[in-house]
Design a binder for this molecule. Structure first.
Ligand code: ADP
Length: 190
């Protein structure tokens, strides 16, 4: 199986690149942000609970997102592999993911980490907010909070995967095609 963690700060381009990778490598895309937004749209209890947290740019509880990923893994037993996008975001989530995959006799193949500087992230997210209508893309202080959450809780996970010799860092500035080529070359050399 090919199991990839697509990593990077909010606005780094994880969603765009995931869509290219799922087609090329025939993988299942698991985006915790998309799953949570689906729950909000469907008006579930979980969605109602998550909405206020997401609108502030804070992280939803580990328990909720780990449960979501666990059931998605169970629902796709014959997949060629998975792209984890927006997950794991904390050390507890990374440990839980290792355990869930190991229970299924598999593991993470690589973490692909997209590097983009803060000023560019803020520009991209504000531009996306214009048409996506996402509450968390609307103003700069919420975006700053998301970037802070990333720096404090999520960025340290690079060390977790580096210790397993699974980390590749990729420059996230440039055309979508150029970045895709760089990601493909890392994956093809695994
Ligand atoms: P982005 O990467 O652009 O911030 P996402 O769609 O990945 O967007 O996430 C949007 C929001 O959803 C996050 O700010 C957070 O509130 C919540 N969220 C998504 N994934 C997780 C996760 N793994 N752990 C906790 N909260 C999450």
């Amino acid at each position: 199986m090919l199991n990839l963690v697509l990593f990077g700060p909010p606005g780094a381009g994880k969603g765009t690149q995931s869509n290219l990778l799922i087609d090329k490598y025939n993988l299942v895309h698991l985006s915790t942000g998309d799953i949570l937004r689906g729950e909000i749209k469907a008006g579930t209890t979980l969605g109602l609970e998550a909405k206020a947290i997401m609108d502030r740019g804070d992280l939803v509880s580990d328990e909720i997102v780990i449960g979501m990923i666990s059931s998605k893994l169970d629902n796709n037993p014959n997949s060629n592999g998975f792209i984890f996008d927006g997950f794991p975001r904390t050390a507890a989530q990374a440990n839980a993911l290792d355990n869930l995959l190991s229970d299924k006799g598999t593991s993470i193949s690589a973490m692909l980490s997209l590097k983009v500087e803060d000023a560019e992230l803020i520009k991209r997210l504000l531009a996306r907010g214009q048409d996506s209508g996402r509450a968390d893309d609307k103003n700069e202080s919420i975006i700053a909070n998301r970037i802070n959450e990333y720096n404090n809780k999520t960025a340290p996970l690079k060390d977790f995967y580096a210790a397993q010799k699974k980390l590749s860092e990729i420059e996230g500035l440039g055309s979508v095609e150029d970045i895709a080529k760089k990601l493909n070359s890392v994956i093809d050399n695994l």
